[in-house]
Design a protein around this ligand. Structure first.
Ligand code: SF4
Length: 56
């Protein structure tokens, strides 16, 4: 996931991120459970980061 808001955020490379799109806005939501659902962006470092599988 490299498109969307804050393209420099570590979240885009993480398996826990979910994209939330409304009619007027886009958000990055974290589904990990122990960190805020909407962490301050851009995330530069994260203790619970989990590398997302590479996309073909
Ligand atoms: S675990 Fe950290 S890097 Fe991964 S989506 Fe959540 S806040 Fe972003």
């Amino acid at each position: 996931m490299n498109e969307g808001p804050f393209p420099q955020s570590l979240c885009h490379q993480c398996a826990h991120v979910r994209a939330v799109n409304t009619r007027t806005s886009s958000f990055l939501r974290c589904a990990e459970g122990t960190v805020p659902k909407f962490p301050p962006q851009p995330v530069r470092a994260c203790a619970v980061f989990l590398a997302a599988p590479a996309r073909p």
